[in-house]
Design a protein around this ligand. Sequence first.
Ligand SMILES: O=C(O)CCC(=O)C(=O)O
Ligand SMILES: [Fe+2]
Length: 303
Amino acid sequence: MNIMSFDAGRRREHSDTDIVTRLLSHGYCVVEDAVGQDDVGALRRDLEPLFEQTQRSVGPFYGDATRRFHGLLSRSRHMEAFVLQHDILRAIELVLGSHCDSIQLNLTQAIEILPGGEMQPPHRDQEMWPLRAPGVEYLVNVMWPFTPYSAENGATVIWPGSHRRQDEIVIDESEAISIEMAPGSALLFLGSTLHAGGANTTSAPRRGMIVSYSLGWLKPYELPWLAYPPEIARTLPRQLAELAGYRAHRPNLGTHEGRCPSHLLSCTRADLGAIDALLPEQEDLIALYRSGNLLPSGGHAAP
Ligand SMILES: O=C(O)CCC(=O)C(=O)O
Ligand SMILES: [Fe+2]
C-alpha cells in the first residue's frame, strides 16, 4: 500500500487503495507507468503479426475500421506482467471482491482502430448482463495502450461520473474526455461507466488491449475453457490459469466432474469422483443443520 516511485524501466508502484478511491469516485482512473517499457515492447512484438493478419471486425458496435482478437494469454507469455500487475489486480479485487468468492477474466482483447475509424457508440460494458443490481459493479476493464493514445488517434472516450447516472443511456459529448496516455500506463474503468473507443482522424493505427475482470459467477464475454483448453492452461502460470476458469467459484460453480477444475492442470484421469467446493460458512451451516440446531425460521437454537 505504499506509494513509491523509481525510474529504472519507468515502472512505478501505486497504492491499491488510492486506485480504488479514484476508480469509485470518477468511474475511471489512469495508473501511470504501471508496467515497464521492456514488457510493453515484448508484448507488442509478440502481437504485431496478429494485428497484421486479423480481418477487420464486422458490426456497428465493434466498427468495421477496427481489428480485434482474443485469447491473449496463449499469444504471449508477456501477458502475465499486465494481467497480474499487482496494484491494479489488488484494486480490482477490492472493488469486485465483496460480491463474489473470486474474480475471473472476462476477456482479453487486442484492439486496433484504423485510420478513419469513427467513434464507437457510447456504452457501458456491463450492459451485456441483462439485470442491474444497484450498487454492484460487475466488471472492471483495464485498457493498455501499445501506441500513444491521443484525442486525434482514438483514445478511449470516458464520461466521468457516469457510473452514478446509469439511467441516462447517453450523455452529451461535451461531458466526455479523451484519455490520452502513453504505453506502460493503464486506464481502469468500471462496467457501469459510459465510454467508447474514439475516432481515429490520424494516418496511423491506434493499438492497445483490454484486460477485463468480472465477478466470478457471471458468464464471461470470452469462454475461457475454449480459449485455453487444459493442454494450454497447463502451460500458464497458476494464477493466470485460475483467473481463466481453472478455479471453482464456491459453492460448486464452474466445476468439472463435480470438482474444482484446477484438477485438470495436473491430472488427466477420468475416474475422479465429485468433491464439494464450499466456503467455510457454508460448511458451518451444513454442520449446524446436521446438529439439529438450525431452526426453520433461519435462527439458531440456543446453545
Ligand atoms: O477501443 C476502445 O478504446 C474501447 C473499446 C470498447 O469500449 C469496447 O469495445 O467495448
Ligand atoms: Fe466498451
